[in-house]
Every structure is written in structure tokens, then in C-alpha cells.
Ligand binder design. Structure first.
Ligand SMILES: C[S@@+](CC[C@H](N)C(=O)[O-])C[C@H]1O[C@@H](n2cnc3c(N)ncnc32)[C@H](O)[C@@H]1O
Length: 291
């Protein structure tokens, strides 16, 4: 009698294990439930990614850290005679991505659970690698981007969105300002896995050159982040973010209430006829795999 092989867990580099746990756990579950809100929050940057990726009809596209797959579906529509593959660490987000792609009738998408830093991609099997804020988390960025370079054909293109430094992102400064509640908050570590992992242009250039890319260009993309339809809606969304839970830690009940009231007021100050919008700045990094 043959014993069926149990499904193998995806390969995850030890340096990304904590990230995998977070995105497979509470953080990923929250993103999956609120996928529309997260999609809308950073929608202002989608046209820049499309411009940078220049996807042609027959292209085979790899979307890194695809989450619920909004950029994978955009890539699949552009690559109408090609294919788009999304890779992500998060099972709940991939389930949402598959559901949304099926609902959209996109037959040319595949979603894979894995760590893009070490996933055994078929060498040279992609024409374009894109990422919508999903490539900033590699524990070893040179290894991660070298793995993406291997997945690209020689001369293949890379187009990646990432956040610029905290000081250029009013939305995060505003949230942190309220929740600091008078405490000095530590600056996010530079060049470390996280939202600001690709914020420093010199670091990005060094990483990509070492990983086998050339013609590296970083274009600053100014925009806004839309946090909700109105202040109450924005407050409901923002107060559920993982980031908030971390910032509220260490405050007693009164200080916590005061900080959340302050956050509510600060969000209300940014209400516009088109929702609660705060300033944001991203980098669009484009490069080519060395032929
Ligand atoms: C900020 S979210 C962005 C998700 C999506 N691209 C979007 O725009 O909504 C970052 C995503 O990157 C994924 N991620 C982080 N590190 C990863 C890795 N090493 N390999 C694959 N995915 C990763 C997370 O699971 C998460 O879904």
C-alpha cells in the first residue's frame, strides 16, 4: 500500500520566518478581510506601476508579494495572451486572490504560496517582475532580488513600488503622531525588512546591482493614501491596523483613549469630498536583468 505524501509546507528562508508567521496569521487575515480598503488606500500609485512595467500582450509576469492580487489581475489583463503569477507568503491573502481572479474570469493567473527570496522559480521563465509594495520585506534583499533576477529572462524587466522614507509619508507621520501620545517613538530602522526596506535609493541601487540588475532607476511618485470614505470610516479602518496595535502597546487605558481621540481628530482634518486622504510618497524602481 502506498502512503500518500502529505502536502509540503512552502520553503521559507529562516530570515523571513517571522514575516511568514505575521502574514499567514493575524496581519494577513486582516488584509484579506479588508482587501478592498487596502486596495483603495494605495490605488493612487497603480498607474505608475503600470507605466513602469510596460507589460506586453504575450508577457509572462511574476508579481512578488501579490497579497489579494490586485496587481496580478492588472498584469493578467495587460498580458492578455501571456500569463501572470502571483507569489505570496500568506495563505489567507492567496485564497482571496484566487477567489477574486476567478470572479473576474481571468484564466491566465496562477497564485503560489512561497517565499520569493528562495522559491525555486523556473529560471528565465518570466519577462517582467512587478511588485506593489511587496518586495520590501526580504530578510536578505540581495538574495531575494538575485532570486527574482534568476526568474527573469536575460534583459527581463523589474518594476517595484515601495514607500519613501517616513518623513515623506504624511499618512504614517499622522498616525504615529497621534499614537505616540507624547512618547518619543523609535525611528523605523533603515534598510531593514519592513515598510521602509527599500526607502533609501542608494541602498536600493547597491542591492539591485549586487543581485544582477542594471539600468536601475528610482522615480519619486507623489500621491495620497485614501484611508476611508469619511472620518469615521477612516478611523474604523486605521484603528484596526497591525501598526496601531504595536503603537498603543505600553499606554494605560486613559492614554490609549486620548491617543485614539487624537487620531480621530487628525483624520477628520484630512476629509475631502473624495474621502480621507493624506500625503504619501513612493518610489517606482525599474531595472533590467543583466543580459
Ligand atoms: C504590504 S503587503 C502588499 C500586498 C499587495 N501587493 C497589495 O498591494 O495589496 C506585502 C505583501 O508581501 C508579502 N510578502 C512579504 N515578504 C514576502 C516574501 N519573502 N515572499 C513573498 N511574499 C512576501 C506579504 O505576505 C504581503 O502580502
Amino acid at each position: 500500500m502506498t502512503v500518500p505524501t502529505p502536502p509540503q509546507p512552502p520553503l521559507v528562508d529562516v530570515r523571513n520566518a517571522e514575516m511568514a508567521e505575521a502574514w499567514n496569521g493575524a496581519e494577513g487575515a486582516d488584509w484579506a478581510v479588508h482587501a478592498d480598503r487596502y486596495d483603495a488606500a494605495s490605488a493612487a500609485f497603480d498607474p505608475a506601476l503600470a507605466d513602469g512595467a510596460r507589460i506586453a500582450a504575450a508577457d509572462r509576469v511574476l508579481d512578488v508579494g501579490c497579497g489579494a492580487g490586485i496587481s496580478t489581475r492588472a498584469a493578467a489583463r495587460a498580458a492578455s495572451a501571456g500569463h501572470a503569477t502571483g507569489i505570496d507568503l500568506s495563505a489567507p491573502l492567496l485564497a482571496e486572490a484566487r477567489r477574486r481572479s476567478a470572479a473576474a474570469g481571468l484564466g491566465n493567473t496562477t497564485f503560489v504560496q512561497g517565499d520569493a527570496q528562495v522559491h525555486p522559480f523556473e529560471p528565465g521563465a518570466h519577462d517582467v517582475v512587478v511588485s506593489r509594495f511587496g518586495a520590501m520585506f526580504f530578510g536578505d534583499p540581495v538574495a531575494g532580488f538575485a532570486n527574482l533576477a534568476r526568474a527573469l529572462r536575460p534583459g527581463g524587466r523589474l518594476a517595484v513600488l515601495s514607500w519613501q522614507a517616513l518623513a515623506r509619508n504624511e499618512w504614517l507621520l499622522t498616525i504615529r503622531g497621534a499614537l505616540a501620545a507624547g512618547r518619543p517613538l523609535p525611528e523605523p530602522p533603515g534598510n531593514a525588512p519592513g515598510p521602509f526596506g527599500l526607502a533609501d535609493p542608494d541602498h536600493v541601487r547597491r542591492v539591485l546591482a549586487a543581485a544582477g540588475f542594471e539600468s536601475v532607476d528610482l522615480a519619486g511618485i507623489p500621491g495620497t493614501v485614501r484611508l476611508g470614505a469619511d472620518p469615521e470610516d477612516a478611523f474604523g479602518f486605521v484603528s484596526g491596523l497591525g501598526l496601531i496595535r504595536g503603537l498603543l502597546g505600553g499606554l494605560d487605558d486613559d492614554a490609549r483613549r486620548a491617543a485614539l481621540d487624537d487620531l480621530r481628530d487628525r483624520l477628520a482634518a484630512h476629509a475631502t469630498p473624495d474621502g480621507v486622504r493624506l500625503g504619501a510618497s513612493a518610489w517606482l524602481t525599474t531595472a533590467r536583468r543583466v543580459p
